[in-house]
Design a binder for this molecule. Sequence first.
Ligand SMILES: [Zn+2]
Length: 468
Amino acid sequence: MMKRVALLFSSVALIAAAPPPAPTPNEPYDQLRQIVAPVSGAEMKKTVERLVSFGTRHTLSSQTDPKRGIGAALDWTKGRFESFGLPTVRPCDTVTGKRVPTPTRVCDMVAIQRGTERPDDVVIIQGHIDSRVTDVMNSTSDAPGANDDGSGTAAVIEAARVLSKHKFPATIVFAALSGEEQGLLGGKILADYAKAQGWNVVTVLNNDIIGNSCSSDGVCDDTHVRVLSEGPRSQGQEELADSTHSLGGENDAPSRNISRFLDSLADRLNIGLDVMQVWRNDRFGRGGDHTEFLNAGYPAVRFSVAVENYNWQHQDLRTENGIKYGDTIENIDFPYLEKITKLNVAALASIASAPPPPVVSVEGAVSTDTTFVIRGVAADTLYVLRKRRTDANQWEPSSGSTACKVDGMNDPQPANWVHTCVVKGVRVDDWVFGAASISKDGFESPVASAVPGGAFKPYVAPPPEPVK
Ligand SMILES: [Zn+2]
């Protein structure tokens, strides 16, 4: 069923018939600022101290010692999650690999805050709980891993503490992953678990090294956080190559749009933290657990500090020529860690409140108009259409976006409902288009781009056209 919709250029870029009273633009951000207010660097300091106290959290360290090693750290994390009233699961796999010489049980510790309306839509915050020293196979030396990645794990636990006091329509998953240093093992385990559970993973926020603000050369920055994201969708890339070459999409993977979303969210939160978008999947030649989610087709980005200190990563604890090496807690800037965690918590709250971004495409070659096609929209949902120049970093604000009014949006619609919106006088060639979902109380999803592979779900190649 196709629905023609009335055209409307408006400063209120919502599309819906008889929508609920539109929230003022600042309302959701005021609410988000309230939600993130209790996020506490002092709480996270306690968490990192406790994590460091396990001596080493190397993936090949003891799983049964009650005081030292990865097993004790995972058990303690489970206790923290449960103290917030959250149920936990422990997805595991037995792994052998380049950095795991003998079959080893590798487990994640995961808390699940079930959504009240759309429990299958899932937003994930994660960090890795395992740690290492110079020799990646050394599972016995002290490996405090305060920053890599005690900081990310502390953010996960703090997000659980704060968000568990609220309710959200979608599910939020808090994950402490193992095996990152041995080859992104815990990331793969959780991505596989998500797939087995049938989760619609809307966003993964991977936090890895988010706690130091100064580097070894004296460069300091505690007002930026890097968000790293892939530009072309990696999953499905071969199938998408031809259409991307023709229609664009090399800068519009869902992960790239999460990066844009976080950038504008940070501006509006006004907590003294800007996002530096880094338009590559991870640091140069390096990796992280979000990549395993991308491999599975789930949108994922990595948070990391503005300036890394390589003397404090993956190093044996020692002093050489007066320089201290090692990933110790005195190197953590907890007020900075608090700000990065606040941005994470605000993003989780917003994305878990809004419906997932719609699946949107555009048509309009050799036409002076552009037609939006939105598929599978839910009834009673507001969508905002967005555009940006092809060479622009960020979406134009809603007031500058094209809008259209859709009749019948409040009626129940079949899941495959398709509606179209013709935007007059806008040439499809000159813009990238997209659409975001908005909850009734004004919380926004990231934008999904109207490009091949732009949808926030794993890409599935269409069946080949039947030969006539
Ligand atoms: Zn790490």
